[in-house]
Each structure stands twice: as C-alpha cells, then as structure tokens.
Design a protein. Structure first.
Length: 524
C-alpha cells in the first residue's frame, strides 16, 4: 500500500510541477490571463476530493490508477501555480533592469535571473502541493487505486480503529518527512548552500525509492524460503485457512485472479472467502477492496477485476434500469441473461443469502410508536428522521417506497454505513436503511419493518465472473462449492464477528469460519 501510495504521490506531484511551473511562469506577466488561470485552478480546489475522483472515472472511462492520477494532478496545480506567479512577480524590478542592461535575452533573463530568485517561493508551493497530494491520495481507494486509504476505509467499515490509525499515521508520517526534506531543499536554494541541496535531493530519493522498493524487499526472504523449502508455513493465510496446496505452474497461466470488494464489512469477508477457495485450487489471488458499487461492476466488465459478489437488486435497478421488481427466481434468471448478453459477464450462481435493503428502527422506538410495517411508517413518519448510506436516497428503491407507501419524513441524513448504525443506536435518527444480512440488526436490537406491498426488489448475493475468467474451468471449479452454501444466518454471524466491539475478529478470520461452516453442509 505504501509503495502504491508513494508512486501515485510522486507521479502526481511531478506532473503538477511539470505543468504548473511553466504555466505559472508563462502567465505571470499577463494579468488577464493570469487571473483566468488562477481562477480555474481555484475552482478545481472547491470540488470535493471524492467528487473529483468520480468525475475523472466518468471522463476517462476507466478506474484505478489513471483517474486517481488525473484528479491528484489537478488538485496539486493551485499552490504550484499561485507560488510560481508570486515568485516571478516578486523579482525586484531593479534586478530585471540590470539584467536587461547587461544585454541578456528574455530567455537568459528568465533562466539565469528570474527563476533562481523565484525558486524558493516556487518550492514553498511545491511543499504545499505535495502535502495535499499525500492526503488526497488516501481517497483513491474507492475508485480502485490501492493506497494507504485502504487501511482507513477498511478500518471504518469493519469498525477497527487500529487499521484507521495505521493508515492515518502512515500517511501523516510520509507527508511530514517529504515536507521536511522539501523545506530543507527550499532553504538550501534560498541560502545558496550546495551541500544542503544535495543532501535534500538524496533524502528525497531515498524516501521515495525506499517506499517503492519496500514490497519487493519484504517479499524477497519469503520468496527465497518458498523456493528452497516448500512447506505449510510458506502458504498465505488464505491458503492455510482453506488447506490449500501451493500454486502449480499450470495455475500460473491465468495469472493472478483479482477479487474485488465494495466498501462494507460483508464484502471484505466475502473477498477473503473467495480468495480462500481460489488459492485452494492453486491459483494466485490479489484482492482489490473498498471499491464503489458502480466502480466494481465496471471494473469487472472491463476485466480489471475477475470476480466479486454483487446483489441481484443492484443489477436489476442500477445496471439493467428496470422498474417494478420481479420475484427472486425471475430476477436471477433475467439478470443472468442480461449480464451475459450485454457485458459478457457470467453469473455463476447465488451464494444462498439475501442482503436486501430494508428500513429498521430501534425496537423500543418502534413499539412506542406502534410501527411494524412500511405502511405504518407512512401514517406515523412525519416527525421521524431517516439515516441512510450514500446511495440509498438516490436509488430507484427509495423512489418506489415513496410511490408505494407515500412515506414522508421530517428529515434525512446520509452516513458512512458504520456511522449510520451508530447514529440510530444513539437516537440521532429514528430509522435507517439497513441491510438484511447485517449482524448489527441483532446486536443493536433493531426491528426490520415489513414490506407488504413488495416495493423492494430481491437482493440475492451472486457470484459474478469477468469475461476473462468466465470460461476458466479452474476458477469455476474453485467457486462452485460456495453456491447455495452461505445462509443468511451464517452471513449475519460472520458480519457480527467483525462489527461487534468486544471479541472482534478480522474479516479474514470471519471468512475462515464462514468457509468452515459452508463446507460442513448443514448449519451447526
């Protein structure tokens, strides 16, 4: 993660300097053009980071590295441009007159007088841009770019403060070290100290080079050991949990199988579950977690990830753009045909549980108001507040609830899913758009309001395979035993293992337990 974060930061900051410094120099002596360029750069800064990343995904038609890089470059431009302009404009006119009197050309005056004098100011802007870029890069995780944000987003979703702390401390430390070295470089240019300048450049090279090389250096000892003495100790945690054999040479023909996951606990667990089954077949596995919903689907269709768990209701409403919900079996059949015909994606089968949207209230609050169904909510909900995740209020399901029941509420608020459950537990909202397989429903003593008019479509969890592996026999063979083997009771318990405050398990441990239960057949 540090390597990916460092490379993204270095390239974005480098591109920002390559674009911003020449552009700042070019417009510094042109007041009207200067105001326009700085104004446009300032507008870019007003766009929220995640929104800018999402916009780049839409504009570039891709996900992962390139949209993240484009967004970070745009974010880095303002301080570099502003300081470039300020540095050039701040050169003493008397110095410029002396340069002209010496017969220097405009180019010579720029390179030999203006830029050297403006360089400390320009470097101050670069320092600001680099610190911003390090922080902004943590937001690249939801669009599919690995970064230190993977720790932060993963920790938020699984209620693991230690992971959040690791991500924050690592990003902050990286930013502080880079800022100190760039500060040393700035002072060295200002004071014309060649030795300090070389020391700062070497330090920057070592920090960036070390960050990029760290994964290779850390992996080398285990790789050598694996080559010399194959043993169970050399297998990954996923291989050990599945009793896997080492990957064979034949298994390498497919290359690593990339398992995707969205941004909530269940998806992290299922990504480890799929990884365990794939490594049991000797296939190399990579996980790409914390993806936005549409990002994950587009990445699968484009072959950037190979397998992930989706939900039929999401396919039906978001991707197929269908209105009235169908029965579970018809939705599954129609979704499978649509995916194959339009995207070349294979729906391998349903895991055996449904994670449907539902509205849930604290039991005490629901009983006090006499609310048990969505129809009851329609008549008694005018004074109530709803908390939802980022997507729900903009989805067709919410519109259908309004059409079917005429629900009117006092207010709505959007939360990260982890904070959404905390908000209803503290009474900050009266009900939430919960998920039927979430372990926190039982933990927080929430009641799910029934849907007598069936306004919400079914949300069966299904395995999707990308066009690249849709016909791969070993992938199909590895994942087929999971079809129909994960009941909603098991999924709720696995989710609860990760989400609860006491005796927490990691997503990997919950996945190992879930795999054991699935392979055991009937629930124990």
């Amino acid at each position: 993660m540090l390597s990916a974060h460092a490379s993204l930061t270095a390239l974005a900051a480098g591109a920002g300097v390559a674009i911003g410094v020449p552009l700042g120099v070019a417009v510094a002596r042109r007041p009207r053009l200067c105001g326009l360029v700085l104004g446009l750069a300032g507008v870019l800064q007003t766009i929220p980071g995640l929104a800018l990343l999402a916009l780049m995904v839409a504009l570039l038609g891709a996900f992962g590295f390139w949209p993240a890089l484009a967004a970070l470059v745009l974010y880095a431009l303002l301080p570099i441009l502003r300081n470039g302009v300020t540095g050039i404009q701040g050169v003493d006119p008397a110095v410029l007159e002396a340069a002209d009197a010496m017969g220097l050309t405009r180019r010579q005056r720029l390179l030999e007088v203006e830029l050297p004098l403006a360089l400390p100011v320009i470097l101050a802007g670069v320092r600001t841009a680099v610190v911003w870029t390090v922080g902004m890069a943590t937001l690249a995780t939801p669009v599919g770019q690995p970064s230190l944000g993977s720790f932060i987003f993963g920790g938020l979703q699984t209620r693991d403060p230690s992971r959040v702390l690791v991500g924050c401390v690592a990003a902050a430390s990286f930013a502080i070290v880079l800022d100190l070295l760039l500060g040393l470089l700035q002072r060295a240019f200002a004071q014309r100290r060649g030795r300090a300048r070389r020391l700062a450049l070497v330090g920057l090279g070592l920090v960036l080079g070390g960050s990029l090389a760290a994964p290779v250096l850390l992996a080398a000892p285990s790789s050598v050991a694996a080559a010399l003495t194959p043993s169970p100790g050399n297998t990954s945690p996923e291989q050990r949990s599945a009793g896997a054999r080492p990957a064979s040479a034949a298994g390498e023909t497919l290359g690593p199988i990339v398992v995707g996951a969205k941004t909530f606990t269940e998806q992290y667990i299922l990504a480890h579950l799929l990884g365990a089954r794939l490594t049991a077949e000797g296939l190399a596995v990579e996980r790409r977690e914390g993806l936005g919903s549409t990002v994950a689907f587009d990445a699968l269709a484009n072959g950037d990830i190979d397998v992930y768990v989706e939900y039929t209701g999401t396919i039906w409403a978001n991707y197929m753009q269908r209105g009235a919900p169908e029965s579970s079996w018809r939705t599954l059949a129609l979704a499978s045909a649509w995916l194959a015909e339009t995207r070349g994606v294979r729906l391998l089968g349903a895991l055996g549980f449904e994670n449907a949207y539902c509205l849930a209230m604290r039991r005490q609050r629901a009983e006090a108001l006499g609310i048990t169904t969505l129809a009851d909510l329609a008549t008694r909900g005018r004074a109530l507040a709803l908390g939802s995740d980022y997507e729900f209020l903009g989805r067709p399901e919410w519109a259908r609830l309004g059409q079917s029941y005429g629900i009117q509420l006092a207010r709505t608020a959007t939360y990260d899913p982890s904070f959404m459950y905390a908000a209803v537990a503290r009474g900050e909202v009266d009900l939430i758009s919960a998920f039927s397989s979430d372990g926190r429903i039982a933990e927080l003593e929430l009641v799910v309001l029934s849907d007598p008019r069936r306004a919400l479509p079914p949300y069966d969890a299904v395995l999707l395979l990308s066009p690249r592996v849709a016909e791969a026999a070993r992938v199909v063979q590895a994942l087929t035993p999971l079809i129909g083997a994960v009941t909603v009771e098991r999924m709720r318990l696995a989710n609860q293992m990760v989400d609860r405050d006491g005796d927490k398990r990691s997503p990997e441990q919950a996945a190992a337990w879930l795999l054991e239960q699935a392979e055991a057949g009937e629930p124990r």
